[in-house]
Ligand binder design. Sequence first.
Ligand SMILES: NC(=O)c1ccc[n+]([C@@H]2O[C@H](COP(=O)([O-])OP(=O)(O)OC[C@H]3O[C@@H](n4cnc5c(N)ncnc54)[C@H](O)[C@@H]3O)[C@@H](O)[C@H]2O)c1
Length: 291
Amino acid sequence: MLPNGAAGALSQWLRLSGEKMKLKGKVGLVTGTSPNIGGGIAETLAAEGASVVCVDSRAENAADCARYINSTNARAIAVTCDVTDENQVAAAVIAAREAFGGIDVLVNSAAFFNKKGVIDMTLEEWRRQLAVILTGTFLFTKSVAKLMIEQQRKGSIINIISTAGHQGEPDNIAYCTGKGGLLNFTRSAAMELVRHGIRVNSLTPTATDPAESLERAARWGRTISVDANQLKRLFEPFRTRVPMQKLPSPSDYGRAAVFLASEDAGMITGTDLRVDAGAIAQYWAWDPGAK
Ligand SMILES: NC(=O)c1ccc[n+]([C@@H]2O[C@H](COP(=O)([O-])OP(=O)(O)OC[C@H]3O[C@@H](n4cnc5c(N)ncnc54)[C@H](O)[C@@H]3O)[C@@H](O)[C@H]2O)c1
C-alpha cells in the first residue's frame, strides 16, 4: 500500500501520462508509408496511441511500416493499394473498418517525384503524377469522409503539401501544380465537411534531413548503402539556404500531424501548417547562410 501522498502523486502521474497520448483510442490511415515522411508520420501517430492503417502501392512499404508499429505498444495493419484506383481505395477503407472499427485521422501523403518541365513532360507523365497527388487525395478524402459521416466521427484529414506547392520551382511542373492544387482542395473540402465536424488541413514539409529515414529503413530491416559525402553534397545547399540552417526530419512532420489530428487543433480547419524551417516566410533576396 502506498502512502496517501505517493498514491495521489502516482495517480496524478498516470493520469498525466495517459493524457500525454494525444491520439489514444483513435485510428489513423496514412498513405505512402515509405521509411521517409509517410512512415515517420505513421510511427508518430502510433507513438501517440493511434492504431494505424499503413497504405502503399509498394507492398513492402505498407508491410514494413505496419510490422514495426506492431512491434511497439501500438497496432497496425498493412494495405497494398494504388491511391488512384477507386475500388482499391474502397477496399482499404473497408479493411480499416474491419480491423479497427473506423477511421479518425486520414493523412494523404502518397506521391512520387518526376522532375520534368512543361516542355519535356509527356501527357502520360503529367496525368499520372497529378493522378497520384490530386486524384489519390480526392478518392481517399471522399471514401474516408463518407465513413466518418456515417459513423458520426468528428475526424481530421491532413494533406501533405511541399514548399514546391507554394513556389514556382522550374522543371517540376506536375508536382508544383498538384501540390498547389492540394492547398485549395484542402480549403474547399474543409468548408464542405465543416458541417459534419470534420476538419481538413494541410501540412507543408520541405527538403528533409535524410538521417532519420535512413535509421528507420535500417530499423525496418532494410539493407541500404549510402555515400555519406554524396548525401552531404545533395542536402548541404538546402540546409544553408533555409533560415533555421537545419532541415526538418519526418518526426517533426509527425508531431505537427499529431497536433492537427488532436483536440489541441479542435478550432483549426482549412489551414496550412508549414514545418519548413522558415523557408516560405523567407525574403527572396536574403541569403541566411551568408556570413
Ligand atoms: N522528401 C521530401 O523532401 C519532401 C519535401 C516536401 C514534401 N514531400 C511530400 O511528402 C510526402 C512523402 O514524401 P517522401 O519523401 O516520404 O516520398 P517517398 O517516395 O519516400 O514516399 C512516397 C510513398 O508513396 C507511395 N506511392 C507512390 N505512388 C503511390 C500510389 N499510386 N498509391 C499508393 N502509394 C503510392 C510510394 O510507394 C512511397 O512509399 C509526399 O507527399 C511528398 O510530396 C516530401
